[in-house]
Design a protein. Sequence first.
Length: 69
Amino acid sequence: MKFLLVMKVCSVLDGTCLPEKEVSYHDTWFECARAGTVETLVLMDSIGQDLINKNKLYITYGCRHYKEA
């Protein structure tokens, strides 16, 4: 069984989130959770401090069970 990392960007200002994005597949829960933490930082850096502060953005992630066909 594999795990699918999904992420989404949300705003505290209006209480909305962009649609979830499938990011990557992992062999273990640990690998998925670790990747979520790392990818959150990468995404925050790519969005930039100004836009995050202006829109009060935050990023959520989760790992889901994924059964291979």
